[in-house]
Design a protein around this ligand. Structure first.
Ligand code: NDP
Length: 310
């Protein structure tokens, strides 16, 4: 027997919890599944200094605990578990951990996106320590004010983030693995014109090096000449793309070619009535906690209107 749920929220980042706060206050009895990384991407950040209302900043994990408490305070039921399968053919059916079936009146997708990393052990180590590896220049750039940093990637994100960092940092070294950029011409020209950005082509990362607590340099090699060198840096940024966590919705929900869900402009509606999207699962441009929270609010309000109209 499927469990009946009025409003199901999938994901526990700022989008999911904000949707839960609004849905619970509207008496929609939301049930939120936290997914594989409770708290979402912010749990891998150190300090969040750009979320309005925290003048002294707040640690990412602490902020997510507070958001969870706020969602629970109004009656959201928060569950551990992972939605592994959906069937949106004639009704909104979903399965938790491939077993328990849910029959929902409305669904809010807030599954977010995951930053891609290079996959080096040393990168993982300093990322987990909060010691100088980041996949978000806008979130963490400020901590490297007047310092030397490196950024990997050659797409629009890498260019945008390198340019952002160049305004804060002493020097930015861009590590580009091919002999050309993937980014649009205008973005490429912007980084080329910026005095304190050095671009190293055909350059790959061998290892992120540090003192066991914080990053001190990066070992790179030229994949044409095989020449190796160490670049002293305190911040190592990775901007090689994100993967939206939307795979399970693919057969039903309209997405762009990279997997970002397409919403009806100005709303959180997807192509399936009763299914709404919020946060990074539909946003490859802004990707901020505050924009995710904003669209989480929109999704709950849209779901409330939808339920009322039924
Ligand atoms: P992209 O997929 O466009 O670019 C990823 C970059 O990372 C590529 O240059 C790729 O290299 C490089 N890369 C991937 N894996 C590795 C690796 N293991 N080692 C080194 N380099 C690696 O991702 P983006 O996040 O930049 O952009 C995603 C989408 O969002 C794009 O459509 C982009 O146009 C858009 N966007 C638009 C913006 C704007 O208009 N303001 C801002 C940001 C993004 P290679 O080229 O060799 O494959």
């Amino acid at each position: 027997m499927a469990e009946k749920i009025k409003c199901l929220i999938i994901g526990s980042g700022p989008a999911g919890y904000t949707a839960a706060i609004y849905a619970a206050r509207a008496n929609m009895k939301p049930v939120l599944y936290q997914g594989i990384q409770p708290g979402g991407q912010l749990t891998t950040t150190t300090d969040v200094e750009n979320f309005p209302g925290y003048p002294k900043g707040v640690s990412g994990p602490e902020m997510m605990v507070e958001l969870q408490e706020q969602a629970e305070r109004f009656g959201t039921e928060i569950r551990n578990g992972w939605i592994t399968k959906v069937d949106f053919n004639n009704s909104l059916r979903l399965w938790v951990n491939d077993q328990d079936e849910l029959l929902c009146e409305s669904v809010i997708i807030a599954t977010g996106a995951s930053a891609k990393y290079l996959g080096l052990d040393s990168e993982k180590k300093y990322l987990e320590l909060g010691g100088g590896v980041s996949a978000c220049a806008v979130c963490d750039g400020f901590f490297y004010k007047d310092q030397d940093v490196a950024i990997v990637g050659a797409g629009d994100s890498a260019c945008e983030e390198a340019h952002y960092l160049s305004k804060l940092c002493n020097k930015v070294t861009m590590l580009v693995r091919r002999d050309e950029f993937r980014a649009s011409k205008i973005m490429q020209e912007r980084v080329e014109r910026t005095g304190n950005i050095e671009i190293l082509y055909n350059t790959e990362t061998k290892e992120v090096l540090g003192n066991g607590s914080v990053v001190e340099s990066v070992a790179v090699f030229n994949n044409k000449t095989k020449e190796e060198k160490n670049i002293p840096i305190t911040g190592f940024f990775v901007a090689i793309g994100h993967t939206p966590n939307t795979e399970i919705f693919k057969p039903y929900i309209e997405m762009d070619e990279t997997g970002y869900i397409i919403n009806e402009p100005g709303t959180s509606k997807t192509n399936i009535p009763g299914v709404f999207v919020s946060g990074d699962a539909a946003d490859h441009v802004y990707r901020q906690a505050v924009t995710a929270a904003g669209t989480g609010c929109m999704a709950a309000l849209d779901a409330e209107k939808y339920l009322a109209s039924k």
